[in-house]
Write a protein that binds this ligand. Sequence first.
Ligand code: ADP
Ligand code: MG
Length: 293
Amino acid sequence: SIPLSFFAGIGGASRRGILVKGANILENLSKVKTVLFDKTGTLTLGVFEVTAMHDKEDHDNNDEEEKARLLEIAAIAECASSHPISKSLQRAYNRPIDHSRVSDIKEIGGQGITAVVDGQKVAVGNEKLMEQMGVQYCHCHTAGTIVHVAVEGKYAGHVVLGDVVKQHAAEAVKALGAVGVARTVVLTGDADAVARQTAETLGVGEVYTELLPNEKVEKVEAIISETKNGKVAFIGDGINDAPVLSRADIGIAMGGVGSDAAIEAADVVLMDDDPRKIAKAMRISNKCMNIVW
Ligand code: ADP
Ligand code: MG
């Protein structure tokens, strides 16, 4: 039978906006020694600022009309996506979208979107997508997440999105050390430079970048098999990482921004996306285990 204190623990957690899906999960939370983070939407706001729009030669494009056209194409192509990049493009565009202008939308996890906009074939995404489409893109060194745009197989330019670290993310990482977490890792589909900078800012020890969704799963499996002590938790927003949430010993989903699939796949759901809740959940679990044993 399940000890009474587990019900108290699960109840106490839920009052703090932490949904723990069962007594065994509450027990496992106290054994977590390794925490893997998704980046966009989890450690960073996933609400980007459009910092610049460049033309093909990577010069600041001062032709306002062409800039506006680039943003419009990207926003229209992305109109059906729930990815944080899409949301920030919609926000930057800030106009209602006529859905009859777009068709054949295909979202490619970890890469971007292809669609037909105003009768033209459009690709919006990262370098991998451009390579896949055989598009010559600019290898720009601007700080931030670069969203490339190609029209009819020709490079049209890019939008630079500045990823913003969540207010309490550094505190959240530090709090994990205090509850006995020995290893922290960022797993991300984003570019190396921007991800390393985020990890360094937050004091996360390891970073694996430019991972496709299936490569994230493989990385999690490798980390689980090399971990001798304790459980491995993964925390993500569920956009492109629902399979990882179910593969980890404990999958923790950000409930506020996460998809239904993520909430389903997760063992723990944080209702308000505050990453400090991870350590909080572990503290509740520890307390509970002390009462039981
Ligand atoms: P993370 O692992 O940081 O949460 P994702 O796996 O969701 O990131 O995406 C990885 C990368 O793939 C993004 O940084 C972006 O370059 C590209 N990408 C994914 N989805 C989209 C999209 N809808 N539009 C544009 N780019 C995208
Ligand atoms: Mg993400």
